[in-house]
Design a protein around this ligand. Structure first.
Ligand SMILES: NC(=O)c1ccc[n+]([C@@H]2O[C@H](COP(=O)([O-])OP(=O)(O)OC[C@H]3O[C@@H](n4cnc5c(N)ncnc54)[C@H](OP(=O)(O)O)[C@@H]3O)[C@@H](O)[C@H]2O)c1
Length: 355
C-alpha cells in the first residue's frame, strides 16, 4: 500500500469510527449491560478480549464501536417450514446472532422466529445481505426496504454486500454508496461485505468512504484464508466464517464428484477424543480462538445446543497449529473472482434444466 492509500485508509477508519461511535455507543452499552452477569470464569479467561456476553456468546467490538456476538446461527438451506422454529429455538437457547440473506428467501420466516422467541429485539443481532441482482444505487435502497419489511424490523444490525460481482464492479460501488447512505440514516448499525478478496476490498475502499466492518468469507480448516485474514487485520475489518464446519462441501459442493467430509478428518477426530467434545465443537472453538465470528447452521436442536457449547474448554497452541496445518486451500463454494450476475444466472438455468 502506498502512502496516499495508507493515508486514505486512515481517514476511512477515523470517519467510520467517529460516526458509529455517535450513532451506536449508547444502544450497544444498553444491550450488553443486562447480559454481563451471565459470564463464567472459564469464559472470562479464554475470551477476555471479547466479553461481555450476548446470551451465551461473547461480544466483539466492530471498527465503528458496535458490539456483535462472535457466535451465531446460519439459516441458509434451512427448510422453509422449519426456519421460524429453528430461529426461535436458537434464540431461546442463548444464540443472539442470526445470519440470513435476501437470496436465502427466508427473511420473513426469520422475522417470525424472532417474534416467536420472545427475546427482546434490542438483544438480537440480525445480519442480512444485499443480493448481486440488486446492485446499483436505487436498486440497493429498494432491496434494503424489502429485506427490512420481510424481517419486520426498522433497523438491521449488519448489512452485507453478498458477493463482489467483479465484472460489474461499478454497480457494486453504487450499491455500497447506497448502503453508506442507509448507514448514515441509521437504518443499519454496521455495514460490511461478503466474499471480497483483498483486491476487491482495495478497489471498493479506493472509491468509497466507510471501511467495511466485517467481511464474511468461506473459512474452515480446509480453507484458512491467510491472505484475506492479513488484509482484514490491516484494515481493522472483522473476519466472519461461512460454512465454518465445512457444510458447503455437503450442501452445495463446487465439485459434486469430490464431496469432502471435514468433520471426519482424523486430526479433528483425535482432538475431539482428547477434549471429550464433538468434532464440530473442536472446529468451532478453533474459529473462536482465532477471533473469527462463526455462524454454523443446523436444523437439529441437539446440534444447535452443542454447537454453541464451546466456551468451557481451550485448545492448546499445539492443537491450534495442528488444525491450521490441515489447510488445503479447498473451496466448497464459488470463486469470488468468477461469481457474478451472469455466472449466477447460468447456475439457476442449469438447475432449472435439471443439471
Ligand atoms: N456469505 C455467503 O456467501 C454464505 C455462503 C454460505 C453460507 N453462508 C452462511 O453461513 C452459514 C453456515 O454455512 P453452511 O450452512 O454452508 O455450513 P456449516 O454451518 O459449516 O455446516 C452446516 C452443515 O453441517 C451440519 N451440522 C451442523 N451442526 C453439526 C454438528 N454438530 N455435527 C454434524 N453436522 C452438523 C448441518 O446439518 P443439519 O442442519 O442437518 O444439522 C449442515 O449440513 C449459512 O447457513 C449461511 O447463513 C454464507
Amino acid at each position: 500500500m502506498n502512502d496516499r492509500t495508507n493515508k486514505r485508509h486512515g481517514e476511512h477508519r477515523a470517519r467510520g469510527v467517529s460516526r458509529r461511535d455517535i450513532l451506536c455507543a449508547g444502544a450497544a452499552v444498553a444491550a450488553a449491560a443486562p447480559l454481563l452477569a451471565t459470564g463464567s470464569r472459564a469464559l472470562a479467561r479464554s475470551t477476555a478480549t471479547t466479553t461481555p456476553l450476548a446470551g451465551k456468546s461473547p461480544l466483539t467490538t466492530l471498527n465503528n464501536g458496535v458490539r456483535m456476538p462472535v457466535f451465531g446461527v446460519g439459516t441458509f438451506s434451512l427448510p422453509t417450514i422449519q426456519t421460524a422454529d429453528v430461529v426461535s429455538f436458537a434464540l431461546t437457547h442463548g444464540y443472539r446472532l442470526i445470519d440470513t440473506a435476501k437470496n436465502y428467501g427466508n427473511e420473513k420466516e426469520v422475522g417470525e422466529g424472532i417474534v416467536r422467541s420472545g427475546v427482546p429485539r434490542s438483544e438480537i443481532f440480525i445480519t442480512t445481505k444485499l443480493w448481486i441482482e440488486d446492485f446499483g444505487y436505487d436498486e440497493a435502497l429498494r432491496a434494503f426496504d424489502l429485506s427490512a419489511k420481510q424481517l419486520g424490523v426498522d433497523q438491521v444490525d449488519l448489512y452485507l454486500l453478498h458477493w463482489p460481482a467483479p465484472s460489474e464492479f461499478e454497480k457494486t460501488i453504487a450499491a455500497w454508496k447506497a448502503v453508506e447512505k442507509l448507514y448514515a440514516d441509521k437504518r443499519i448499525r454496521a455495514i460490511g461485505v461478503s466474499n471480497f478478496t483483498p483486491e476487491h476490498l482495495q478497489r471498493l475502499m479506493d472509491r468509497t468512504d466507510v471501511v467495511p466492518a466485517v467481511n464474511q468469507i468461506e473459512l474452515h480448516p480446509y480453507l484458512t484464508q491467510a491472505a484475506a485474514r492479513a488484509a482484514h487485520e490491516s484494515y481493522n475489518i472483522r473476519t466472519e466464517s461461512w460454512s465454518p464446519i465445512g457444510g458447503g462441501f455437503r450442501n452445495l459442493p463446487a465439485d459434486p464428484t469430490n464431496v469432502v467430509h471435514l468433520l471426519e478428518d482424523a486430526v479433528l477426530v483425535g482432538l475431539a477424543r482428547k477434549h471429550r467434545k464433538s468434532v464440530a465443537q473442536i472446529v468451532l472453538r478453533w474459529h473462536n480462538q482465532h477471533g473469527f465470528i462463526a455462524i454454523p447452521k443446523s436444523q437439529h436442536y441437539e446440534r444447535l445446543l452443542s454447537n454453541i457449547d464451546i466456551f468451557d474448554f481451550e485448545l492448546t497452541a499445539d492443537d491450534m497449529a495442528a488444525i491450521d496445518a490441515l489447510n488445503r486451500n479447498l473451496r466448497s463454494g464459488p470463486d469470488p473472482d468468477r461469481f457474478d450476475v451472469p455466472a449466477f444466472r447460468e447456475i439457476v438455468e442449469r438447475r432449472r434444466a435439471g443439471g
